[in-house]
Design a protein around this ligand. Structure first.
Ligand code: ADP
Length: 316
């Protein structure tokens, strides 16, 4: 009740699957700006959604990092709706910049700055035993100073207990790693690294790298553009619950793509950048780089220097 009176809701600024987002301000400071995210709760979904909401609250309150949106406060409104008072991020998201091909120009130094901010957010989550599990350009919101913030922790979940069985229906399909598409129940931070790699690829191509229109199609695209998973390049893959032997019975099997393919397709970020991308898109999650290894990669210190956040391109 106290917190509720502390903030005033102004106009609606966005709507997602689970939430309506309002611009708001501190009652005591009309010039302040906050985002108030009201989690939609209808009777049918009440249990599942409130669980997601509780997870988001828990993680955001615990985590404080420049690349994760600050959570100032939480209150409930009528019908036990949950309201999150969040840092206001006025400049849209990375997906809008990527798609605005005519209006927004950017280059490798900008991609390096954005990827650096994403990598630090992912590292910080993993360091705190949190998997984000839904990394995609649309969840990378942009602050007034150009800082990228990894938002939407609705799906985040602690992975401090590695033997806990987890649901594999997470992560928007295009960014989903092969182990989840094969139904792995035990997975790790490597899922976020794969998603980060597909965002990296998309920033370069300015179109989604692996845009499957079904889970099977998603796996077909992974086979074609990354390589067909088998027990040689990924020991144990055939034991996963939903494993499909792609490339058997006469259908084509693709070898794991080498440096040449990546240089041809993503060469604008240079050979060292391509090396980082390849290490994020390793089929076997155990061979994928860790968030810590991403941060110590040579690419960050290779020319060009990442663009300063104030100088990054903004939406038109
Ligand atoms: P959902 O979790 O239901 O998908 P989102 O988190 O995607 O909801 O929020 C819906 C929309 O509201 C987003 O597309 C974004 O434009 C806007 N939004 C979300 N959080 C903020 C914020 N902190 N500041 C400004 N706008 C926001």
């Amino acid at each position: 009740e106290e917190t509720k009176r502390k903030y005033v809701k102004d106009k609606k600024i966005g709507e997602g699957t689970y939430a309506i987002v309002y611009l708001g301000h501190l009652r005591a400071d009309p010039k302040s700006k906050v985002a108030i995210k009201k989690i939609k709760v209808n009777a049918e979904y009440r249990e599942g959604l409130s669980l997601d909401a509780i997870r988001e609250v828990k993680f955001l309150q615990e985590l404080s990092h420049p690349n994760i949106p600050a959570l100032y406060s939480v209150f409930s409104s009528k019908n036990q709706n949950l309201n999150l008072v969040l840092e206001y991020l006025p400049l849209g998201d990375l997906e809008q910049l990527i798609r605005d091909v005519d209006g927004v120009r950017y280059g490798t130094a900008d991609v390096k700055a954005w990827m650096g901010m994403l990598a630090r957010a992912v590292w910080f989550c993993h360091e705190n035993f949190v998997l984000h599990r839904d990394i995609k350009p649309n969840n990378l919101l942009i602050a007034a100073d150009g800082e990228i913030k990894l938002a939407d922790f609705g799906l985040a979940r602690s992975f401090s207990d590695p033997y806990r069985v987890m649901t594999h229906q997470v992560i928007t399909r295009w960014y989903r790693p092969p182990e989840l598409l094969f139904g792995a129940r035990y997975y790790s931070g490597a899922v976020d690294i794969w998603s980060t790699g597909t965002v990296f690829a998309e920033l370069i191509l300015r179109t989604p790298f692996l845009a499957g229109n079904s889970d099977v199609h998603q796996l077909e695209l992974i086979c074609q553009f990354v390589g067909t998973p088998n027990d040689d390049n990924w020991p144990g893959v055939s034991k996963l619950p939903d494993y499909v032997p792609f490339g058997k019975d006469g259908s084509q099997s693709y070898p794991v793509r080498g440096r040449d393919f990546y240089l041809q397709t993503f060469g604008t970020v240079g050979a060292v950048g391509v090396d980082l991308l390849m290490s994020m898109l390793s089929l076997d999650p155990r061979k994928r780089v860790t968030a810590r290894e991403v941060l110590t990669h040579k690419w960050w210190s290779t020319d060009p220097t990442p663009t300063k956040k104030e100088d990054l391109p903004k939406k038109g």
